[in-house]
Design a protein around this ligand. Structure first.
Ligand code: M6R
Length: 609
């Protein structure tokens, strides 16, 4: 996730674009840049790090021009550095981009054969060169952009300037957000509304496959075939703070709703349908090395540790390799048995968690190979690992992890498929079946999110409870732990997650008419067993809230509330059942009036041991 801003009008453009970027820093902040265009051509400034670094550069070398594009970056391809910062320029063309180009490797090879030289590691630079290549063939700037966009695969929102046609600014989108703002004799384009709210409330929302051509005399919208489109203008009434949260009351809710997109981005470009295999670009381990491991440790903290527990199910089932899961702060002090044939998979959203970093160093010190699953490019954990699988969740602002967790589960499943293929424990056809299931995930998550209203309804009454119990079995036990952690983190209600079958060995003593028990019981091999555990709760007067699928949707009369999820491959079910856990915790916390995005005593990144 990155932020882009464009301006075309009669005022000096760079301060307006810089101000807009400031409102989009929540979308990423590892580097930033601006390009302006004037009679003297394109001028560009870029800086690594937060926007203040770019601001400082602009003070020293102001950029003149009444048309500009700018970018604040969240690295996906290529580490955060000035060279990888946007805008990217090729010949007469300069581009800013938010999204991921899936076929960038093949396009890069094609362009290199035609003599293009690349200076960054980004997928975005390919777009600039591709437009430049078409521009050289004649037909003009607009046609060159359309031709180029018809060749790229993946997600993009772009804004483009062309030295030869300095009056124009062109923007387009597919899969990443883009909004146009219309002021009095000036125009704006941005990834999100807050970037423009200080100047206009008149907005036009672009749909996928649409393009807008800004010129001093007005706007024109068209599709990628060039057909002109009529677009409706809307008046935005949000306050600036509401706008930063995309209209959601809290970042956490916004991030819960971002999950279909975040998961689609995490899968994008990684499924190799023809080969029946998974492509993980930064893994840095070949098939022979992968096949040589005899044991895996997965090490993490908090929510990432819950992802690790689900990962054990994926890896043992699909790769037939023994897996041990450790809490990072425990791992380093128990003298774990690690050697060159041991793979240590560390998981961390932030990539800065001190306990996880210490565990990583301990594993390296003992001669193990370390891979990490991480959401932040070039973070300490990413840098010190031998290879990385990045989740593409985008920045997570809410302290309670949501989209980072479900994208970790997706990354774990992708890795299990790759390792399974490397070890021959999985055939190409079996891998293809899982890939087909994976591509349905964003749509399945959309229907899980439809439960939001019904979950909010039960949350008010449940917010009065003093304790909660969460039960799950197999790959749903970690989701019971995660549901309990989400609730206690943001609502301050005591909650425990338990394996459903273990309840009778102790926690059953807690059950009375006051205790809400959330039972996660998808329609799978242990369905009947978990239903029996649920009956044990009912028999003692407990308040049963069921999250289920398939035949479980008939349990309505056997519980206080029931949430029915779509049916899916059992490996995907933990990702689906996570959604009602997040929504329940969120709504209970809202009723309790706690600080949802910044709960007491917690920090987003725990950098002390
Ligand atoms: O950045 P990390 O994934 O390494 O963070 C680990 C935990 O601190 C984190 O998951 C924490 O438990 C979350 N706040 C849970 O919502």
């Amino acid at each position: 996730m990155c932020g882009i801003v464009g301006y075309l009008g009669s005022a000096e453009a760079s301060p307006i674009v810089l101000e807009g970027l400031r409102k989009l820093e929540y979308r990423g902040y590892d580097s930033a840049g601006i390009a302006t265009i004037s009679d003297g051509g394109i001028r560009m400034l870029r800086a690594q790090g937060k926007l203040v670094n770019l601001e400082q550069r602009l003070k020293e070398q102001p950029l003149i021009g009444t048309r500009a594009i700018g970018h604040t970056r969240w690295a996906t391809h290529g580490r955060p550095s000035e060279i990888n910062a946007h805008p990217h320029k090729a010949g007469q063309i300069v581009v800013v981009h938010n999204g991921i180009i899936e076929n960038y490797l093949e396009l890069k090879q094609m362009l290199q054969h035609k003599g293009h030289n690349f200076s960054s590691d980004t997928d975005t630079e390919i777009i600039a060169h591709l437009i430049e290549e078409h521009f050289k063939q004649g037909g003009g700037f607009e046609l060159a952009v359309r031709h180029a966009l018809n060749e790229v695969r993946g997600a993009y929102a772009i804004a483009v300037l062309c030295e030869a046609e300095p009056d124009l600014l062109i923007a387009a989108k597919h899969g990443s957000p883009l909004v146009v703002g219309r002021g009095a004799d000036e125009y704006f384009v941005a990834s999100d509304i807050p970037a423009m709210l200080a100047h206009t409330r008149q907005m036009i929302f672009l749909e996928d496959g649409e393009m807008v051509i800004f010129a001093p005399q007005g706007l024109r919208f068209c599709d990628l075939a060039g057909t002109t489109l009529e677009k409706e203008e809307k008046t935005i009434t949000w306050s600036p703070l509401m706008a930063e949260k995309g209209g959601y009351k809290h970042f956490m809710l916004k991030e819960i709703y971002e999950q279909p997109r975040a998961i689609a981005d995490t899968i994008a470009g990684r499924l190799r349908e023809n080969e029946g295999d998974i492509y993980l670009g930064d893994l840095k381990l070949n098939t022979q090395q992968l096949a040589g491991f005899e044991k895996i440790f997965i090490v993490a903290c908090g929510t990432s540790w819950h992802a690790a527990l689900v990962g054990k199910f994926y890896l043992e089932k699909l790769c037939r390799i023994p897996v041990e899961v450790d809490i990072a702060s425990e791992f380093r002090y128990r003298d774990p048995i690690v050697n060159a044939k041991t793979l240590i998979l560390v998981i961390s959203q932030s990539g800065e968690t001190a306990d996880t970093l210490a565990a990583l160093r301990e594993a390296h010190g003992k001669g193990g190979k370390v891979l990490c699953i991480c959401n932040v490019v070039d973070s300490s954990i990413a840098r010190e690992s031998d290879g990385v699988i990045y989740t593409h969740a985008g920045p997570e602002i809410g302290v309670a992890s949501t989209k980072a967790f479900t994208t970790q589960l997706v990354a774990l499943l992708l890795f299990a498929l790759r390792l399974g293929r490397a070890r021959n424990s999985l055939s190409a056809d079996e891998c293809r079946q899982k890939m087909q299931a994976l591509v349905t995930l964003p749509r399945l998550l959309e229907s899980c999110l439809e439960l939001d209203g019904a979950i909010e309804k039960i949350a008010r009454e449940l917010s009065a409870a003093r304790d909660f119990l969460y039960l799950g079995r197999g790959n749903q036990y970690p989701i019971a732990l995660e549901g309990a952690l989400k609730l206690k983190e943001i609502s301050y209600i005591h909650a425990e997650g338990y394996p459903a079958g273990e309840m009778k060995h102790g926690p059953i003593a807690l059950i009375d008419e006051q205790l809400p028990v959330v039972v996660i019981v998808p329609d799978n091999a242990t369905f009947d067993k978990v239903v029996s555990n649920m009956e044990e709760v009912r028999a003692r007067g407990g308040r049963v809230i069921v999250v289920t699928s398939g035949q479980g949707c008939r349990l309505e009369t056997a519980c206080e509330s029931l949430f029915c999820l779509p049916e899916a491959d059992d490996d995907l079910m933990p990702i689906l059942t996570s959604i009602p856990m997040q929504l329940l915790a969120y709504h209970v916390a809202v009723y309790k009036g706690t600080d949802v995005d910044q709960p007491r005593n917690l920090a987003k990144s725990v950098t002390v041991e």
